[in-house]
Ligand binder design. Sequence first.
Ligand code: BT5
Length: 251
Amino acid sequence: ETAIWARLPYGRLVVISVINSTNQYLIDRIGILEPGDVCTAEYQTQGRGRRGRKWLSPFGKNIYLSIYWRFEQGQSATSGLSIMVGIVIAEMLQRLGFEGVRVKWPNDIYLNNSKLAGILLEITGQVGNVIHFVIGVGMNLNMPGSASDMIDQDWINLQEVGITIDRNALVAELINTLRQTLQQFERDGFAPFVNRWQSLDNFYNCPVKLIIGNQEIRGISSGINTNGALLLEQDGEYHAYSDGDISLRLA
Ligand code: BT5
C-alpha cells in the first residue's frame, strides 16, 4: 500500500486518486485509525448513500471525504450527530459567501432547491459504550451535466452560483469544521444545535410528504426535536419521525 498519511494538528490525512469509497477505506482500517483521521479521493468507484443507494462520484474536482471518530455516548446520540454535521457544513458554506445554502432533513445540503451535498454516517463497531464511526461527505463542485441522467433528483454544483473557491481551501475548512463539531458534540451534545436548524431548513413550514417504504405521509414540515427527529404537523398535532429510511419531498 503506497498511501501516505500526512500528520494534521489532530489526526492524519490520506489523499487517494481512485478508491471504492472513502467511507469504506477508513472502515477497512479501523484498527489503526486515530480520531480525526481523514480520507479524501478524486474518484469513487462505489460511492454510496444511505440504504444501498449510490453516490455518483466522477472525476471533476468534486469532494469525497470521510472522517473517523469514536466516542463514549453509545449509539443513541448518532441521529443528532449527522443532523449536526449538516448544520455546520451549511453554516460554513454561508460563511464562505454561499448565502443560498440550506439543509434538508435528514442529511442533505441544498442550494437553489437542489442537492449539493450528502452526508453518510456509518457506525463501524461498538465495544461497551464506545462507538466507532465514519462520517462521509460528498459535495458537487464541478460535476458534468451528463450526470443528470444518473441522478433521480435535482442536484447542483457549488461553482454554479458564481463564487469561485479553491477546492483545497474548502477541504481544509471542511476538515477543521468537522473536527471542531465532533469535539463540541462530545462536550455539549446535540441540544445547542437544535435552534440552528430552523433558519437553515429549506422546507420549514412547507407542505411535504414523507416516503417511508411504500407508505406516504403528508404534513407541514416543522423543524426538528431535541433528538434530531423531523417534526411534522398533521391536523394540528406534531408527530416526530426518526426512522432511518425516510425520504422527504415537497407535497
Ligand atoms: C447521501 O445519501 O446523500 C449520502 C451521500 C454520502 C456520499 C459520501 S462521498 C464520501 C463518502 N464515501 C461514500 O461512499 N459515501 C460518502 P442519500 O440520502 O441516500 O442520497 C442518495 C441519493 O442522492 C441518490 O439516490 C441520488 O438520488 C442522489 N445522488 C446520488 N449522487 C449524487 C450526487 N453526486 N449529487 C447529488 N445527488 C446525488
